[in-house]
Design a protein around this ligand. Structure first.
Ligand code: CA
Length: 273
């Protein structure tokens, strides 16, 4: 009696684990491969409500946070926010098509992984999509398992790049050694300053709101926290900007902060070498 209670209790715990789900056929499947998908936030840009709901529901069952944009303008606006880890982008959309969104994002140096959905299985469309800056494509109709596999592959590729050295002008940041230099001079940063700078350098030329920085660097969401961010951005400016030119971190009144690539990027590199 007691043993069966324990077993029942254990199986309840098992069922409620976020990594264990019941499949459509009622069989339990341990989704260890889904570890890589945890804590992801994905933007789905799709005007067909049924398809958008299908993708959203499926991804949410995997523990992924999902937002949907139903037209091209909203898609581009949201995709530019720096809020997402990946974009699932339909090709044919009202107001602005998927190819143009890809091109505009890449033109603005937004390097977020893009998975293109296309209704047409034509080589020409795929080539055009990849040339526009998409990382992969999937032809509709698709099996949900294939969509997940593509997302996992893109996520792995993106994570592999996470360890690469970042460079904006003469400012260098090495995520592995945690070393920062500007014009070849070592800069000592505290761990929070380092995390803040890394966040800026991964989203150059994108305005980062205080709320977004609070979420990404401090894992905080409450508004009263934003003063702390102002203080830390000032610390960071004193270390990476005060004694150097050009300035890299700018305040955008009413919006937040942005780390801008210097226009003379190539010249700055020449001076350094
Ligand atoms: Ca469509």
């Amino acid at each position: 009696m007691r043993l069966s209670f324990v077993l029942c209790h254990l199986s309840l715990v098992y069922l409620h684990s976020p990594l264990v789900r019941t499949s459509d056929k009622g069989q339990m499947t341990a989704k260890s491969s889904s570890f890589i998908l945890l804590l992801m936030r994905i933007l789905v840009v799709e005007d067909e409500a049924k398809m958008a709901a299908f993708i959203k529901r499926g991804l949410e069952e995997e523990g992924i946070a999902v937002d949907v944009a139903a037209d091209g303008y909203e898609g581009l606006f949201r995709a530019s926010s720096g809020n997402y880890d990946l974009i699932i982008l339909d090709l044919t959309l009202p107001l602005m098509d998927g190819l143009e969104i890809c091109q505009r994002l890449r033109h603005n140096h937004i390097s977020i992984p893009i998975l293109l959905l296309t209704a047409r299985d034509s080589v020409e469309m795929k080539v055009q999509g990849l040339d526009s800056g998409a990382d992969d494509y999937l032809t509709k109709p698709f099996a949900f398992a294939e969509l997940l596999a593509r997302i996992r592959a893109l996520r792995r590729r993106d994570r592999a790049q996470v360890n690469l050295q970042l460079q904006i002008g003469d400012l260098l940041l090495d995520p592995l050694t945690r070393r920062v230099t500007r014009s070849g001079r070592p800069i000592e940063l505290t761990s929070k300053e380092f995390a803040l700078l890394e966040c800026f350098m991964r989203h150059p030329d994108q305005v980062m709101s205080r709320t977004l920085l609070a979420e990404k660097v401090w894992n905080e969401t409450f508004d009263s926290f934003t003063n702390v961010i102002d203080v830390y951005v000032n610390y960071l400016r004193n270390k990476i900007d005060r004694d150097f030119s050009p300035k890299l971190i700018y305040t955008v009144r009413g919006a937040g902060y942005v780390l801008r690539r210097p226009q003379t990027n190539a010249e700055a590199l020449d001076h350094q070498s």
